[in-house]
Ligand binder design. Structure first.
Ligand code: GCU
Length: 672
C-alpha cells in the first residue's frame, strides 16, 4: 500500500531473478533481546518481507544456511570469528559472509548494538540497490561524532522556514500519545546514521525547559533511544530571567550559573542520555552574553560546565551579525569568534554555517573553517530550502554540500579541505536544519526527501560524493530501473546549478524578497537594517555590479588563508561563479566566454530557466514509469518552478537593466 510515509525505506518487491539470489541468504535470523537489536531485527523482517516476499523467522541459534547473525563482537556466536572490530569505534559495523557451525551465514556485527542496527540498514540497502550479498566483507564507521538535525520547530508547532506543514512534534498529545511517526522518523534517521535531534527552534522561547515540557521531551527520547538518537534542546540565554525569576542572565553571575546547573541536573534526572543544548546568542535579536559585556566563550562555557558532569555537549552558533556593527556582515562572525580560539571548554562545539552570509544558493566556504584550530567546529547546513525556492523548486543540495566540504581552506596548509577541518579534533559534528514536517511526504516535496537523506550521508562521511548518494536515494525511492534512475540522477545533479543561475548567478547572493525570502527582490533598498537589503549585496550601479570584498573594499578576503585570499581577491583568478561575491565589476568586463559581464549575466539567467525546462522534459518522459501520484506531484511542482524561474529571470534582468542601461544580447527575450 502507498502510505507516503516510507521515504527511502520503501522496500518494494525485487525482480524475480534477484529474489532467488537473495532469498537463500536470509532464511532466518538469530534472535536478540536488547532494544536496539530488536529494532534491528524488526527492520530486517520488515525489509525482507517487503522486498523478498516472506518474513524471516527468529531462531535461538544457527539452524541452517542463510542465517543472519546479529550482535556485538562479544556475543557467543560472533566472538570466535575474531572480527576486526576494534578500529570501528562505538558506531561502526562490519558485515561479513562467514561459516558458523558449518552453516553459511551473514554476520552483522558492531562494537555496540547501534553499530549492528546501522549494519542492518546497510545490508538492506544492498538489497534495495541490487548488490550481491553472497560474499560480503563490508565495514564502515562514521567520521563525525555528532550527526544532528536542528528542528526549527516552535512549541506552537509552527516551523520557522519549514515548508512541510506543522511540526511533527505533537506537543499537545505528548507524553500521553506517541504518534507512530516518531518511530518512522527514528528509523529513517538511523538508516542514514543521524544520532541526534535538536527538537526546538534556535529562536524558540524558553518554555521547553519547563517541567511539563521536559516530560514530553522525555517521551520522545524514549522512542528514539533504541535507534541511537539522542535528544537536544535549544536554550534561550535569558531563561534564568524568564523561568527562574532572576534579574540577570549574566553568565558570570553565580546565581545564573547555579540556575542553569540545577536546570541541567533536572533534565538529566529525567533523561539520563540527554544530548545537550544548542544556543543562538546575540544574533537577530536573541539574548546572549554580549548583553552583559561578556564574550561568546563566557556564555558557552557557563552552560558547558553545567552539562559536563553528565557528558552533555553544548553547541554554540557562530551565526552572528549585529545591528550596531557597520562592518561587512560577511566579516562579523570571524571577527568575533576567531580571537576566542582555544577559549572554549572541551564539550563545546562552535556551529558554523557553511557560508558567511546565510544559506544562499551559492556562497564561498565560511572563513572560520580552519581559522580556529584549537576549537572544535561543526558544520551547519540548511536542509530546508529557505533561499532555494522552498519545497516546490527541485534543488538537490548534495552538490552544494560537496562543493563546500571539498573546498580547500589552506589551513594550516594546502590540501586541508573543510571536510578535514570538521573531521579533526576530539569532538566533531555536523548539523542540518531539518526540512521535516507533518506533510505525508515528510519534506514538502518528493525530491526534498533526498536532501534529508544526503545530509545524513555527508554527516556520516563528509568526504562522500553527491552523485553516488543521489544514485542510492533514487534507486531506493523510485525503483531500480536505470531508465528511471538515470534521468532522475541527472535532474538532481544539475538542479542546484539551475537555481543558482536563475536566482543568483556569478556570485550574486541575498537578492530575495523581504521576510519570507521567496521570489526576487533585488531592488529592495529601504529595510531598517542596511545588511538586510539586497542592494547592500549586489551594489549594482552605472559602473557595474558586485560587492568589493578585496583589499580595496571591505577586505573580507583577508579572513581567508593567504593563498585563498590571493585567489578570491584577484579578479582574474577568482572562480567566475564567485566573481560578484568578491568584486565590483564593470558591466563591460570581458568574461571567459568572451561575452561582456552584462551579456553573461543575462545568458546565465536564461540558462537557469532552460535548466528547469530540461528537468520538466525529463520528468514528462517518465510518465507511467513511476507511480502516478508521485509523478503528478513532481510534474506540478516543476511547472511551478518553471514559472518562477522565469519570474526570477525577468524581474532580475528588468531591474539590473534599469541600472546597467544595456541592451539585451541577441537571442535573449526582453523581460515579460
Ligand atoms: C536566517 C533565517 C532565520 C533564522 C536564522 C538563523 O536568518 O532567515 O529564520 O532564524 O537564519 O539561522 O538563526
Amino acid at each position: 500500500a502507498e502510505t507516503g510515509y516510507d521515504l527511502w525505506l520503501r522496500y518494494r518487491p525485487v525482480e524475480p531473478a534477484w529474489q532467488q539470489r537473495y532469498a537463500g541468504r536470509v532464511s532466518h535470523y538469530v534472535v536478540a533481546d536488547r532494544p536496539t537489536l530488536i529494532a534491528a531485527t524488526d527492520e530486517l523482517r520488515r525489509g525482507v518481507a517487503g522486498m523478498l516476499g516472506y518474513e524471516p523467522v527468529g531462531r535461538e541459534t544457527v539452524m541452517g544456511d542463510g542465517a543472519v547473525v546479529l550482535g556485538t563482537g562479544a556475543s557467543p556466536l560472533i566472538a570466535p570469528l575474531g572480527l576486526p572490530l576494534a578500529k570501528l569505534g562505538r558506531e561502526g559495523f562490519l558485515i561479513r559472509s562467514a561459516t558458523i557451525e558449518g552453516r553459511r551465514v551473514t554476520v552483522i556485527a558492531g562494537n555496540a548494538d547501534i553499530g549492528v542496527l546501522y549494519g542492518v540498514f546497510r545490508f538492506l540497502k544492498l538489497i534495495q540497490t541490487r548488490q550481491p550479498i553472497d560474499a560480503l566483507d563490508v565495514s564502515d564507521a562514521p567520521k563525525l561524532r555528532l550527526r544532528v538535525l536542528n528542528h526549527w520547530d516552535n512549541l506552537d508547532r509552527y516551523v520557522e522556514r519549514g515548508y512541510a506543514g506543522q511540526s511533527i512534534w505533537d506537543w499537545q498529545k505528548l507524553p500521553g500519545h506517541l504518534d507512530p511517526r516518531y518511530t518512522y522518523y527514528a528509523r529513517a534517521n538511523a538508516s542514514i546514521g543521524i544520532n541526534g535531534t535538536v527538537l526546538t527552534n534556535v529562536n524558540a522561547n524558553a518554555d521547553a525547559l519547563r517541567p511539563e515540557w521536559l516530560a514530553k521531551v522525555k517521551a520522545l527520547a524514549g522512542v528514539f533511544r533504541p535507534y541511537g538518537i539522542k535528544v537536544y534542546l535549544t536554550a534561550r540565554f535569558s531563561a534564568p530571567i524568564e523561568l527562574g525569576g532572576l534579574k540577570t542572565a549574566d553568565p558570570l553571575d553565580p546565581q545564573v550559573a547555579a540556575w542553569w546547573k540545577a536546570k541541567v541536573d533536572e533534565i538529566y534526572r529525567l533523561i539520563p542520555d540527554f544530548g545537550g543544548l544548542l544556543v543562538k546568542a546575540n544574533s537577530e535579536g536573541q539574548p546572549g552574553p554580549n548583553d552583559y559585556k561578556r564574550s561568546h566563550a563566557d556564555g558557552a562555557n557557563m552552560l558547558a560546565d553545567a552539562l559536563a558532569p553528565h557528558g552533555g555537549t553544548l553547541m554554540w552558533r557562530a551565526f552572528v551579525y549585529a545591528a550596531e556593527n557597520p562592518d561587512d556582515r560577511h566579516k562579523q562572525a570571524y571577527t568575533e569568534f576567531a580571537p576566542l580560539d582555544g577559549k572554549f571548554r572541551d564539550n563545546v562545539l562552535v556551529q558554523v554555517k557553511n557560508g558567511a552570509i546565510d544559506f544562499q544558493p551559492r556562497e564561498p566556504f565560511h572563513p572560520l573553517f580552519g581559522a580556529m584550530p584549537r576549537t572544535p567546529l561543526m558544520m551547519e547546513f540548511q536542509i530546508t530550502k529557505e533561499y532555494l525556492g522552498f519545497a516546490t523548486h527541485l534543488a538537490y543540495l548534495g552538490t552544494m554540500w560537496e562543493e563546500v566540504l571539498q573546498a580547500d581552506t589552506f589551513r594550516p596548509r594546502k590540501g586541508t579541505s573543510v571536510a578535514q577541518v570538521l573531521e579533526s579534533g576530539a569532538t566533531t559534528g555536523m548539523a542540518g536544519v531539518a526540512n521535516i514536517g507533518s506533510d505525508s511526504n515528510w519534506s514538502g516535496s518528493q525530491f526534498d526527501q533526498a536532501n534529508w537523506y544526503a545530509f545524513g550521508r555527508f554527516a556520516w562521511d563528509p568526504d562522500a560524493r553527491a552523485e553516488p548518494i543521489a544514485r542510492d536515494w533514487a534507486a531506493m525511492t523510485w525503483g531500480n530501473d536505470p531508465a528511471v534512475t538515470g534521468p532522475i540522477v541527472g535532474m538532481m545533479m544539475a538542479s542546484r546549478e539551475a537555481v543558482v543561475d536563475y536566482m543568483t548567478p556569478l556570485g550574486l547572493g541575498h537578492l530575495m524578497a523581504t521576510g519570507h525570502h521567496y521570489g526576487p527582490g533585488p531592488w529592495v533598498a529601504d529595510l531598517a537594517r542596511p545588511e538586510w537589503n539586497p542592494t547592500y549585496y549586489h551594489k549594482a550601479d552605472a559602473s557595474g555590479i558586485g560587492f568589493d570584498r578585496t583589499r580595496t573594499g571591505t577586505d573580507a578576503v583577508g579572513q581567508y588563508a593567504a593563498p585563498v585570499a590571493a585567489q578570491f581577491g584577484d579578479g582574474k583568478r577568482v572562480p567566475e561563479k564567485l566573481l560578484l561575491w568578491f568584486h565590483h565589476v564593470p558591466w563591460g568586463h570581458r568574461m571567459r566566454s568572451g561575452r561582456s559581464l552584462w551579456d553573461e549575466l543575462v545568458t546565465r539567467y536564461d540558462r537557469g530557466v532552460a535548466g528547469v525546462a530540461a528537468m520538466q522534459a525529463d520528468w514528462t518522459a517518465l510518465e507511467g514509469k513511476v507511480d502516478d501520484r508521485r509523478w503528478r506531484e513532481v510534474r506540478d511542482f516543476l511547472a511551478i518552478q518553471r514559472d518562477e524561474a522565469q519570474w526570477w529571470r525577468d524581474a532580475s534582468i528588468a531591474y539590473f537593466q534599469s541600472v546597467s542601461k544595456r541592451p539585451l544580447p541577441a537571442g535573449h527575450a526582453a523581460p515579460a
